[in-house]
Design a protein around this ligand. Structure first.
Ligand code: KG4
Ligand code: ZN
Length: 348
């Protein structure tokens, strides 16, 4: 089954074409990120206007690069929430139009579940791909600019939300800390890069880590739940930067300790969930899943638990249309095209 997936929940305009839920035939993503850089964050109105301009060219390019015509597509899928309302409307209305005019089924996908299914995607033919055995039950950590959520998934379409952030999302805090350190937007990659300077370019896991003289808080790490809170950590960094100690430590050391603090909390709660729900696989998704320190730490701990760890292939952690098509294939959450509504605050 060939599904065309549309993703416009934040600043990206993505259209991906996926065969049988795994094999990417094309995955075109256009981001308006550069337009937002000068504001240090996404400006919703600017994002939605760009998406209106981009959706048709991106759709056209995706079909071209998959060497498909619309007649070859078996179904349309769209991320209908959570996200920015103006942005969501662009994707949802285009998906409804395609479904009605082509008389093809329409699948409605939760954007966050799309991040989970990015782990099923491969650029190769599925027959060439080994070592990709995701086993249920699995625990998913979704960490992006807008979300930090832990899910237990017993089978396709069977989710239990375990907890999430009570204030700022992990990616949002990376972005804010980067801003106070005078680094660019988005903050995650910038923090990761300068944190590496502190350890002379070597990616070290915790047990070999270089000791920093700064100690930032690990909020809620010991609490017996699956919730997170990162606002206090962000404030601690802001206070440190505004104090005279900043000059002593420098940006690299602060970035290193901040990244370690946030990763410690994410890893600790994910492992607690994996143990409690007997997870055979742990998957991560969302923009922050691109962070190599997070991957390294989770890998070390999952190996001890003998739990498989999966993260999306390069370029698939960020928002894209292929992950929406993959989720649609496995969930088959059919929607009535004339009834589907964008839902900015969609939960699980
Ligand atoms: O999933 P995503 O592309 O968009 C949302 O749905 O939010 O995630 C974007 C977020 C940004 O906050 C960005 O700073 C963060 O992902 N990010 C990273 C890294 N790459 C992107 N955070 C930490 N380390 C990275 N390497
Ligand atoms: Zn996302």
């Amino acid at each position: 089954m060939i599904i065309l997936g549309i993703e416009t929940t934040c600043d990206e305009t993505g259209v991906g074409i996926v065969k049988d839920g795994r094999e990417i035939l094309s995955n075109v993503v256009s981001s308006s990120l550069d337009l937002h850089k000068k504001y240090g964050g996404i400006v919703p109105e600017v994002a939605a206007r760009e998406q209106v301009k981009l959706i048709v060219p991106v759709l056209d390019e995706s079909l071209h690069s998959a060497r498909c015509g619309l007649a070859d597509i078996d179904a349309i899928a769209v991320a209908y929430g959570p996200g920015l309302i103006g942005s969501l409307l662009v994707g949802v209305e285009v998906a409804k139009f395609l479904s009605v005019t082509l008389d093809k089924p329409l699948f409605a996908v939760n954007h966050l579940i799309g991040h989970v299914y990015a782990n099923w995607l491969t650029e190769k033919k599925v027959s060439e791909e080994s070592n990709k055995e995701l086993k249920f039950p699995l625990v998913a950590l979704i960490v992006s600019g807008g979300h930090t959520d832990l899910l237990s998934i017993s089978d396709h379409g069977k989710y239990k939300w375990l907890g999430g952030t009570r204030d700022d999302a992990a990616g949002e805090v990376f972005d804010k800390v980067a801003r106070v350190l005078g680094l660019g937007y988005p903050g995650g990659p910038a923090i990761e890069e300068i944190a590496l300077h502190f350890v002379q370019g070597k990616l070290l896991s915790t047990h070999q880590s270089k000791i920093s003289n700064i100690r930032l808080p690990r909020p809620m790490i010991r609490e017996d739940n699956f919730d997170f809170s990162f606002a206090g950590l962000k404030t601690a960094v802001v206070n440190l930067v505004h104090s005279s100690k900043f000059m002593v430590h420098g940006k690299e050391e602060i970035a290193y300790e901040f990244q370690k603090a946030i990763v410690d909390v994410l890893v600790s709660k994910t492992l607690k969930a994996a143990k409690k729900y007997g997870a055979k696989s742990v998957v991560i998704g969302g923009g922050v899943a691109a962070n190599n320190f997070l991957r390294l730490e989770l890998a070390a701990h999952c190996a001890k638990l003998r739990t498989g760890l999966f993260f999306p292939q390069e370029g698939l952690s960020v928002d894209n249309g292929a992950m929406i098509a993959a989720a649609a294939f496995y969930e088959k959450n059919i929607a009535l095209p004339l009834k589907l509504q964008a839902n900015p605050s969609l939960h699980f």
